[in-house]
Design a protein. Structure first.
Length: 174
């Protein structure tokens, strides 16, 4: 019993001392994933953003772009284990909550319109390599979040647009 009492007293005396010199539990000291992703998050919206549909029509491979869209386009718009997601042009209406659609961000009623108005966003590091961490862990985004993405346009053989993003601004709201 005396040993237990001694340990309790020592812990109560040492905890403030250790805390004051920086020895805090790992839970408090470890950087959060969101903090690590803050390098990608813009505090201010960049100007001259073009909607996804316009970007698909007018940008060329390698162009610097600023693109506006809503996170969505499928039932699972986020890529697990990779900082990547799809965005849809704001002009394409998604299903309203009152219609009973459990996943309005999949645009199930507008699948034809989505094909012409969707792009993939991949966060990349300073060397252009994809970030291997979930986008929802790095950015304050969810389905139907409105985002403005800054990056470089990439085109595949089918003309699909991917944005190698360096920065993302998330508009307040949804």
């Amino acid at each position: 019993m005396r040993i237990v009492f001694t340990i309790v007293v020592l812990c109560s005396l040492l905890t403030p001392l250790l805390t004051s010199i920086g020895c805090q539990p790992n839970k408090e000291k470890a950087p959060t994933a969101r903090a690590a992703g803050s390098a990608f998050v813009l505090a201010k919206e960049p100007g001259e953003a073009i909607p996804v549909g316009t970007a698909k029509e007018s940008t060329k491979d390698g162009d610097d772009v600023v693109v506006l869209g809503l996170v969505g386009g499928s039932t699972k718009p986020f890529v697990e284990g990779l900082a990547a997601f799809t965005i849809v042009d704001p002009k394409v209406p998604y299903c309203a909550d009152d219609e009973g659609c459990p996943t309005p961000w999949d645009y199930c009623c507008q699948s034809d319109a989505v094909r012409q108005n969707i792009a993939t966003v991949k966060l990349v590091d300073s060397s252009g390599k994809p970030v291997m961490q979930g986008a929802r862990e790095l950015l304050p985004v969810k389905e139907l979040s409105t985002v403005v993405v800054q990056g470089i346009a990439k085109r595949d053989e089918q003309g699909n647009l991917t944005i190698a993003a360096h920065h993302v601004f998330v508009r307040p709201g949804k």
